[in-house]
Write a protein that binds this ligand. Structure first.
Ligand code: FES
Ligand SMILES: [Fe+2]
Length: 401
């Protein structure tokens, strides 16, 4: 079932004609409100899967979480049988948003407007009315909360609003093993907590964050002489991309009073840093022993909300859990060594995107007119197949070479 679409065909949207060079991205796609509205329609409410939660966030029966995708509110529950449900978070009567808490535990959800009551499967179980008040044809079972399509892969709960989106196994073909690797090896995760941010930038500035920048932008990496080891990066024509990095831990660093912050307790240095990015905005990262899933949502053409959810593995002992908490909260997030710089750069990229000329990709581009298919670890060119996918599904043309 598709949500209501506030971006109408008459919204005045004008497709952009892209430069012929595959390495040039028109800056206006970051800043034009009409393009943002069209993206909601074609991408966020279109034929893509979007991560909205991980099962580790709602481990117990009755657990729930709310999340928005674009302007569409969702309610994610674990019902009495232990099954995961995702509903549109709106009453089947007149459409009032039903649940406003970010998370909690309960089996009944009451709409405040006329007190219709839903269970954790979204079934209507009560509505105040006397006999004869409603039409004779009214039956409660005909009024559950509406549901989008869902799929669960390694515990990651994905939704799509389109019946035409390919099945999840086809959608993420080739990425299953890497996704499992990021999610603790098998996706059996336990939530540690969240850091929630709103970036003052278009969602594509956040989602386009490349591997090229890490040792250059992030001062802590430089101060610790942490330049990264060997690694691989791949990208596909659907706009998904991923990275596997061998860890090259800084030796004899003096920056940190507590060097345990950057200890690695895993057993495979070759896979010490693994990330995955599913188009358009789902990102999961395992770096050292920190595991994070970043649930992103575009709020407007100028703002992007991201919930960094941090996890341990369910089999971790208490010491490992403490280590993961310490590492997750100190590497990333508003007090960490990394994320503040990213937020600042996304904002400045967004400000600068109001200027003429394209954004230009260089590192890893061999021929400016030929889409690359192989990438080195720190090539920004790995983002280009995703940009081409975006251009095509947005119906935007291209100049002749
Ligand atoms: S809108 Fe929810 S009970 Fe009327
Ligand atoms: Fe970064």
């Amino acid at each position: 079932m598709k949500p209501c679409d506030s971006a109408s065909a008459e919204s005045g949207w004008q497709p952009v004609i892209w430069p012929a060079k595959i390495s040039h991205v028109p800056k206006e796609v970051f800043v034009r409100p009409d393009i943002f509205e069209e993206e909601l329609k074609r991408i966020f409410y279109g034929n893509e899967w979007h991560a909205v939660a991980h099962e580790g966030e709602i481990p117990e029966k009755g657990d729930f979480k709310t999340f928005n995708l674009g302007r569409v509110p969702l309610l994610i529950t674990r019902d009495e049988e232990g099954k995961v449900n995702v509903m549109f978070n709106a009453c089947s009567h007149r459409g009032t948003q039903v649940e406003t808490a970010a998370s909690g535990n309960k089996f009944e959800f009451e709409c405040p407007y006329h007190r219709w009551l839903f269970d954790s499967k979204g079934e209507l179980v009560g509505c105040p009315a006397k006999t004869g008040d409603f039409p004779d044809s009214f039956k409660r079972e005909d009024y559950p909360m509406a549901k989008p399509r869902i799929a669960i892969v390694h515990g990651l709960i994905m939704v799509t609003f389109s019946a035409d989106t390919p099945p999840i196994d086809e959608y993420i073909a080739g990425w299953h093993d890497q996704l499992a690797e990021v999610l603790g090896g098998d996706g059996r995760l336990r939530l540690l907590g969240y850091q929630k941010v709103i970036f003052k930038a278009n969602w594509k500035a956040y989602s386009d964050n490349d591997t090229y920048h890490a040792p250059l932008l992030h001062a802590a990496f430089r101060m610790m002489n942490w330049q990264g080891g060997k690694g691989t990066q791949k990208a596909d024509a659907r706009g998904h991309r991923g990275f596997v990095g061998e860890l090259s831990l800084p030796k004899a660093q003096t920056l940190l009073n507590d060097p345990s912050l950057i200890e690695y307790h895993g057993n495979d240095l070759k896979k010490g840093s693994v990330s995955i990015h599913f188009f358009p905005i789902t990102i999961a990262v395992k770096h050292l022993d920190s595991i994070s899933i970043r649930f992103g949502n575009p709020l407007s053409v100028n703002e992007t909300e991201v919930h960094y959810a941090y996890f341990a593995h369910v089999d971790d002992d208490e010491e490992m859990v403490r280590h993961r908490v310490r590492q997750s909260s100190n590497l990333l997030g508003p007090c960490g060594l990394v994320s503040m710089e990213d937020a600042s750069v996304f904002h400045r990229l967004h400000i600068g995107s109001h200027t003429p000329g394209p954004a230009i990709f260089q590192k890893g581009v061999k021929d400016e007119f030929v889409m690359p298919t192989e990438f080195s670890q720190n090539d920004e060119a790995a983002n280009l197949p995703g940009w081409e996918y975006y251009r095509r599904i947005m119906g935007q043309g291209k100049e002749e070479a």
